[in-house]
Design a binder for this molecule. Structure first.
Ligand code: ATP
Ligand code: MG
Length: 469
């Protein structure tokens, strides 16, 4: 780990050092602060760079004409760096009075408002001073010990802002830290406050947590502290539900293992979300060791949870679809038509995610990733996709206009019915997907349909009894 002085400077981008020099040459203090400094001390690449200074926003705008005001809290954006004026927060226990921010002149006060000791260090100085580490809360030592410790009294800090508790779980997972015991105890005693958090903030923190190399670290913290029960009761309900998968492990253990498997495989966030909620339908469908229909119920519950949090629309669509489809049961008796219908139902662009989810589900059940002949199914799917077979109406060699023109059908729902019937046939026999063949078939189908439509008006339909059932 770099030491407090020159080594830190070496690891800070020149553009950031230049901004600091510029501030100090103009009589202002300047420090790298927060997550970016923490990440550098851990030899990680920071997502962004944060500076803090005694310069007020107006002064910053004078010094940096290219700067943009970010918000009313004194954050100014210069290129990719956020510069925040030293501030202290005043929060009120009754939650009613407005959150109030005061600018300050000392970096120590700014550090005291920050959440965890590892996030409450600064590196820099006043004009003319050599750059140095300001570490009033022992953040450096906690960084070395990989400990997450609240600044000040943990219960007070979580009471001021319940999001800090989710940040604890998220940071523990992302940084692979443990939560220091007093901070951990306060997570448990203040967990209920997380019930007041907005869905958007929950989704943002859980999303970052899921991006961690081992999300289980954070998920376990959430569950064990009672935070999961506060923010997501249907997920918490999975704890203690018996499963005969890995001996001694329950449904929640299975879910957590599955999520870790998606992370170990480097899957995208959507697949990690899907792994987190894939069995959310099990607690309510559990009966005699079975969970009939948990995919259908689970897709609904997952949708309710994510919609309630105002998750992005695309995330909701993709995740609920994956949950709905995750119980496919392949065997070698599947016809080629069955493989094509599977592709059509899952949709080609979502197959990779579904297979990734199944791999994680299997690993989370203590069986090999490719259990259930998954590799065979994958190969068969790949072969079908390579053959460019029709999977939806757009893949047919004729369309509704052809039916109107060639068969004289009237525009209306009958056209759709004929096309769907053709698609059914083509999925079983791709070779018939030629205009002449399909038009001939369509002619027959249209005749049958008008006959059966006629049946409902009382006229007998020839041959209908033979085909019934
Ligand atoms: P990352 O940027 O890697 O997601 P971070 O710790 O930098 O993690 P940010 O949201 O960028 O998180 O916040 C920057 C800094 O602001 C933090 O390091 C911390 O010092 C402080 N901070 C952020 N959120 C809070 C909060 N809810 N309460 C107190 N301090 C906070
Ligand atoms: Mg940050």
């Amino acid at each position: 780990m770099p030491a407090g002085g020159a080594d830190v400077a070496l690891s800070i981008p020149a553009a950031v050092l230049e901004l600091m020099d510029r501030l100090r040459a103009n009589g202002q203090q300047a420090y790298v602060v927060g997550g970016s400094l923490r990440d550098r001390l851990l030899d990680r690449t920071p997502i962004d760079w944060d500076l803090t200074t005694d310069a007020r926003p107006e002064r910053l705008l004078e010094l940096f004409p290219q700067a943009r005001y970010e918000n009313a809290f004194g954050t100014v954006q210069v290129d990719l760096v956020e510069i925040t004026t030293f501030r202290s927060d005043h929060e009120y226990a009754d939650f009613r009075r407005p959150h109030h921010v005061e600018f300050g002149d000392r970096v120590e006060l700014d550090l005291a408002r920050r959440d965890f000791t590892v996030n409450a260090m600064a590196w820099g100085g006043a004009p003319g001073e050599p750059s140095h580490l300001v570490d009033p809360f022992g953040g450096r030592r906690d960084t070395e010990r990989r400990l997450l410790r609240a600044v000040g009294d943990p219960s007070t800090r979580f009471g001021e802002d319940a999001l800090r508790m989710l940040r604890a779980a998220r940071l523990a997972a992302v940084l692979e830290f443990t939560v220091e015991p007093a901070t951990r105890a306060a997570l448990a005693s203040s967990a209920h406050l997380a019930g007041h958090l907005s869905g958007e903030r929950i989704v943002a923190e859980l999303g970052k947590l899921l991006d961690a190399p081992r999300p289980s670290i954070g998920l376990r913290i959430l569950a064990d502290a009672g935070l999961l029960a506060a923010i997501a009761p249907p997920l918490d309900a999975q704890r203690g539900v018996a499963q005969n998968k890995i001996p001694g492990e329950d449904l929640w253990d299975h879910v957590v293992r599955s999520v870790d498997a998606t992370a170990a495989a480097g899957r995208r966030r959507t697949v990690r979300w899907a792994a987190l909620v894939h069995d959310i339908g099990k607690p309510v469908t559990a009966a005699d060791g079975h969970f009939y229909g948990h995919d259908v119920v689970g897709a609904e519950l997952a949708g309710d949870l994510l919609r309630g949090w105002h998750a992005p629309r695309e995330t909701i669509d993709e995740v609920t679809h994956l949950v709905r489809q995750h119980m496919f049961a392949y065997d070698d008796a599947w016809s080629d038509g069955a493989v094509r219908r599977f592709i059509a139902k899952v949709r080609p662009e979502r197959l990779d995610d579904l297979f990734a989810l199944r791999e994680a589900d299997s690993l989370g059940s203590g069986i090999p990733a490719d259990a259930g002949a998954l590799t065979t199914l994958r190969n068969r799917v790949a072969a079908e996709l390579a053959a460019n077979v029709a999977l939806d109406l757009r893949g047919l060699s004729i369309d509704g206009d052809d039916l109107i023109r060639e068969l004289g059908l009237a525009p209306g729902p009958a056209i759709g019915r004929v096309l769907h019937a053709l698609l059914e046939r083509v999925m079983n026999e791709p070779d018939i997907n030629r205009p002449a063949t399909l038009l001939a078939l369509a002619r027959e189908l249209a005749a049958t349909m008008s006959d059966s439509a006629a049946t409902s008006t009382g006229r007998p339909a020839p041959g209908r009894s033979r085909e019934a059932g």
